[in-house]
Design a protein around this ligand. Sequence first.
Ligand code: ATP
Ligand code: MG
Length: 272
Amino acid sequence: MAFDIDEYLVKPGDKVDLSGIDTRSTPFWDPDDKEEGKAHLPDLQQRMESLQELLWAEGRNRVLVVLQAMDAGGKDGTIRHVFEGVNPSGVRVAAFKRPSEKELSHDYLWRVHQEVPGDGELVVFNRSHYEDVLVVRVEELVDEERWRRRFRHIVEFERMLADEGTTIVKIYLHISKDEQKERLQARLDEPNKNWKFETGDLVPRAKWKQYQQAFEDVLSETSTEFAPWYVIPADRKWYRNLAVSEILIQTLDGLDMAYPPPEEGLDQVVID
Ligand code: ATP
Ligand code: MG
């Protein structure tokens, strides 16, 4: 599969219209070949594993992956599938829930900055500082003047991280309202999924249009050369896993990493 990740890239300055992006499309795979698609994932997981090992061994780059989606958009499933088999020492997931009182008593980037990756690390943000211009905007938790300013802060915050050596990739998992209904329904119907169901998730669902608008603004205002957004059609989970894997693999590949040179004279070493 020649997978052109630029297909999903939001070019800086582009105005994104999410209603024009098909959530079921699979441009780099025949949708009838779902089983072959699923069977291809282990190859990508292995590539991911070796690239991540190199990242960790080299200890020079820092990689931040931001994942955003509507509820049941597949953030958890993506993380489970794409990172299966990576070395847990070098990979961390930071989930951003409703802020605590202490977090709320600081600026909104305070809790976020503490979780960014260090040398050799790959960190996945499961939700992120973008909640502060998404849920916070739609639920009117702060006034418009305040959340609008945040686009600028966020771009500058990410620019600083990038300038200081962090590679940033941001992924929006794009699902349809119908697909969300099916997934939420499955959480109700299947006893072992009940724990995932929250009646609270129905609130953002009822404001679907407003959330899509908020996502469109996020994607249009904050996709930059140094911290690009990718919009992934995510109704088909198997395709989503392939697409996200490809984006991360190609990004890591672009870092031109190498194992650190061995100590001198290793060939003389005798272990008795
Ligand atoms: P799942 O998809 O498994 O339910 P989740 O990411 O929805 O996982 P939850 O604990 O259910 O995790 O939800 C986190 C909630 O916290 C979301 O509703 C999100 O909008 C909210 N949240 C995150 N950051 C903020 C923020 N800065 N201000 C207000 N709410 C926030
Ligand atoms: Mg939830």
